[in-house]
Design a binder for this molecule. Structure first.
Ligand code: PLP
Ligand code: COI
Length: 341
């Protein structure tokens, strides 16, 4: 596909083929050289442990084109560290941070022409994944692993972009177990969320908001994103061992503090939703996706945050700050971006 064929301003969050992906295999106790491939296929043994026992983890990060034409990757060391935690959580071989970062730099550089132009709102989504590839029928970790990184240009995660969407919640579904794999990024968590996610979509909601899987009393994960709320000058976000520690949320916490907001990371009881001024989902794909309303499907109760189809003022400020740093419009005072050249 030629660069000029892409309608950058109207991209959605979906897969589009690019020129290359990069791969690296762990074999005989060591990581090999980074391989470049132009194939979208992975040759795999029919008994590979990722296929049978779900030995798979992944990451998501983005590269942005600035006004100056430079490409900036956002906080890749944080993704590298989480990739290690995910691997360890399902007994896979952790990839060293520096090797992960080398692969990111390489796959971005090789697909430079797919980094969307400044001002389109689009970005290059980078998807690293790790799979166990040893043939196994016994339930046991693989001894060989493959890390693949693919990239694809993307637009907003929700078609509404930065316009608020409705979210629902229900006690009928758990994404993960209380002491399960919720705090790591493994494919199984997402498979387990599909029934609830599709239910939410069928009913006209953007995502399912999960309550904590133990007591069903506290707010937990918001689809494939974290949740945060604004109450006066406070940024409030759930503390839970069953949610993924979001790098976007961590960044928004810092930006909120920079803006002079008070930050609370603590268990949030469902009933507290009533008291919040603004609510939002946040993540690499979601960025900040403001929430207009949360409907409790079990009780019929509705929590309303926006009636004018606009994001609240603090959410807007935080979103603009974050996008500003990512695009290179705001000074990167925390050292979050790496320029790829
Ligand atoms: N929670 C879940 C379940 C996710 O899949 C994601 C996306 O990566 C997030 C939260 C947000 O994390 P991050 O901001 O690091 O992308
Ligand atoms: C991300 O935000 O990077 C995610 O992984 C969320 C989703 C696309 C799985």
């Amino acid at each position: 596909m030629k660069e000029t064929d892409i309608d950058w301003g109207n991209l959605t969050f979906s897969y589009m083929p690019t020129d290359y992906n990069v791969r690296c295999t762990f074999k005989d106790g060591k990581w090999g050289e980074i391989q470049v491939s132009d194939s979208e296929l992975i040759p795999m043994h029919i008994a590979a442990s990722c296929l049978h026992y779900g030995q798979e983890s992944f990451e998501g990060l983005k590269a942005f084109r600035g006004k100056d034409g430079k490409i900036r990757v956002f906080r890749m060391e944080e993704n590298a560290k989480r990739f290690i935690r995910s691997a360890e959580g399902i007994k896979m071989e952790p990839m060293p941070v520096e090797l992960f970062c080398e692969m990111v730099r390489k796959v971005v550089k090789l697909n430079e022409r797919f980094v969307p132009p400044y001002g389109t709102g689009a970005s290059l989504y980078i998807r690293p994944l790790e799979i166990g590839i040893t043939p196994r029928v016994g339930v046991k970790p693989a001894s060989e692993y493959m890390v693949v990184m693919l990239v694809t240009p993307v637009g907003p995660y929700f078609k509404e972009g930065f316009k608020p969407t409705k979210v629902c919640l229900s006690r009928e579904y758990d994404r993960v177990a209380p002491k399960g794999t919720g705090s790591i990024k493994v494919g199984g968590n997402y498979a387990a969320s599909l029934v609830a996610g599709e239910k939410a979509h069928e009913l006209g909601y953007s995502v399912m908001l999960y309550l904590d899987p133990k007591e069903k009393k506290y707010l937990d994960e918001c689809g494939a994103a974290n949740f945060f709320a604004v109450k006066g000058n406070k940024y409030i976000t759930p503390k839970s061992e069953s949610i993924l520690p979001s790098i976007t949320n961590k960044s928004l916490v810092q930006l909120a503090e920079d803006l002079g907001m008070e930050v609370e990371r603590r268990p949030i009881e469902l009933a507290e939703l009533e008291t919040f001024d603004e609510a939002s989902a946040c993540g690499t794909a979601a960025v900040c996706s403001p929430i207009s309303e949360i409907d409790d499907l079990d009780t019929g109760k509705k929590y309303i945050f926006s009636t004018n189809n606009e994001a609240g003022p603090m959410t807007t400020k935080l979103y603009n700050k974050l996008r500003g740093v990512q695009n290179g419009d705001e000074e990167d005072i925390h050292g979050w971006v790496e320029v790829i050249d």
